[in-house]
Design a binder for this molecule. Structure first.
Ligand code: FAD
Length: 383
């Protein structure tokens, strides 16, 4: 850990992990309160969409016999601990919880999207995110490995040099999301003795703690999503949002001021020279327009890969986070801060919900990483 901290903090021009840890102590209770609000906790998605990239019979399955990586002996465990049950979503709602669920937008639809958002149809379901936490589900083995592979493979750009900044950024973004998912599943790992979920240091070290680059990518994502929230506020988009939905109209000003309060201490990160992530260095070279378009298309493909995830709860949280990152990219790369274009920028209710929940996922990951660090120090001291 000490070696890792030293590597990360060596460039004093950057925001340090320590600074982010401190900012997160401030942000954690605020974002926790936000995601427990009715507006932010109900997520809309299609859980039954076919995988667009390969046939469902091609060996990707969500059966205990496929989930062989982390718990070896599924067959001796009771039904309640089988991956099909652990990965299930509780309390699915088929009817929209409100009449005008998607009515939150500004301007005309002119913005390019960085992810595919499920349209509302007969298969649409509504899920309470608070009642279906992201945690260990037993999903694993060849099928989840292949899904991660296909996501990383989207990083094969046709344009630009092999080692271009944008390609590196794409990889780090996906890797940071992967790190966050691994942090949550090891922080809420199923203990077969106590039958309860809790932090498993050994699993965390094997998947995250022993890989400084993975941790660095997660912190990069934290800054990326925080900067998107800041920009939403500073470009005036937050002020222009209208919660047309009757149930939430009365809460509009309270939810907006909570969001503003959340980003307040992060605003000094607007000085991009001090950031772990600076969006202004990307898409600047010759042919940048084409490269950005290819980047966008490839990220949309990553969002479509989520329909290939067979574990329902993993698919749910995969979709929430990919929509959150897609929204953050759209804000950072398509929203113009300085001219009237920002008037036309559109953000939907589902995108705002995903953005805030993705920030919560990263914030909880950072808090869990700090807790794992303490567990690690204690374990070392005891040796
Ligand atoms: P995996 O995590 O499957 O990794 C595969 C390979 O990728 C590794 O061998 C390594 O080479 C590389 N790798 C690993 N981490 C990183 C990183 N951060 N950056 C770069 N490369 C890396 N399981 C749950 O229990 N709960 C969930 O909620 C859940 N959600 C998921 C959501 C999605 C979209 C997907 C695809 C999977 C999800 N899973 C979930 C499964 C989980 O991510 C793992 O795939 C599974 O636990 C098996 O882990 P593993 O140790 O075999 O390696």
């Amino acid at each position: 850990w000490d070696e890792y901290t030293a590597t990360v903090i060596k460039d004093s021009a950057n925001v340090t992990f320590e600074e982010i840890n401190l900012l997160n102590v401030y942000a954690r209770p605020l974002v926790t309160r936000l995601i427990n609000e009715n507006f932010f906790k109900i997520f809309r998605l299609n859980l039954y969409k076919e995988c667009p990239f390969w046939s469902n019979s091609q060996g990707f399955c969500m059966h205990k016999s496929c989930a062989v990586d982390t718990i070896d002996d599924w067959k001796n465990l009771p039904d309640i601990w089988q991956p099909e049950t652990l990965g299930r979503i509780e309390g699915l709602m088929h009817d929209p919880p409100t009449t005008n669920g998607s009515c939150i937008a500004t301007g005309i639809k002119s913005t390019k999207d960085y992810c595919e958002i499920d349209e509302i149809n007969d298969e649409t379901v509504y899920v309470n995110l608070v009642e279906n936490p992201e945690r260990f589900t037993g999903y694993g083995g060849d099928q989840s490995f292949q899904i991660w592979q296909s996501i990383y493979n989207e990083n094969c750009f046709n344009l630009g040099s092999e080692q271009c900044l944008e390609k590196n950024f794409f990889y780090r973004l996906v890797s940071g999301m992967h790190t966050s998912i691994s942090t949550h599943l090891t922080n809420e790992y199923l203990d077969l003795k106590t039958k309860e979920y809790g932090p498993d240091l050994r699993q965390f070290m094997a998947r995250v703690g022993d890989f400084p680059d993975r941790l660095e990518n997660l912190y990069m994502n934290y800054i990326l999503v925080a900067k998107a929230l800041i920009k939403l506020e500073q470009a005036g988009v937050l002020d222009r949002l209208r919660f047309c939905d009757g149930d939430f109209q009365s809460q509009e000003s309270q939810l907006k001021s909570s969001l503003k309060k959340l980003v307040e201490p992060f605003c000094e990160l607007g000085d991009t020279s001090r950031c772990l992530f600076n969006e202004n260095t990307l898409f600047q070279s010759d042919g940048a327009g084409q490269l950005k378009e290819e980047f966008r298309e490839r990220f949309v493909n990553v969002s479509r890969v989520m329909d290939c995830v067979h574990c329902d709860r993993c698919r749910l949280w995969g979709k929430v986070q990919i929509t959150g990152y897609g929204t953050a990219l759209k804000i950072l790369f398509e929203l113009d801060n300085h001219d009237s274009l920002s008037e036309d920028f559109q953000i939907s209710k589902i995108e705002l919900i995903a953005l805030v929940n993705t920030f919560d996922r990263l914030s909880k990951s950072v808090a869990s990483i700090n807790n794992f660090k303490q567990l690690y120090d204690k374990a070392m001291a005891a040796e």
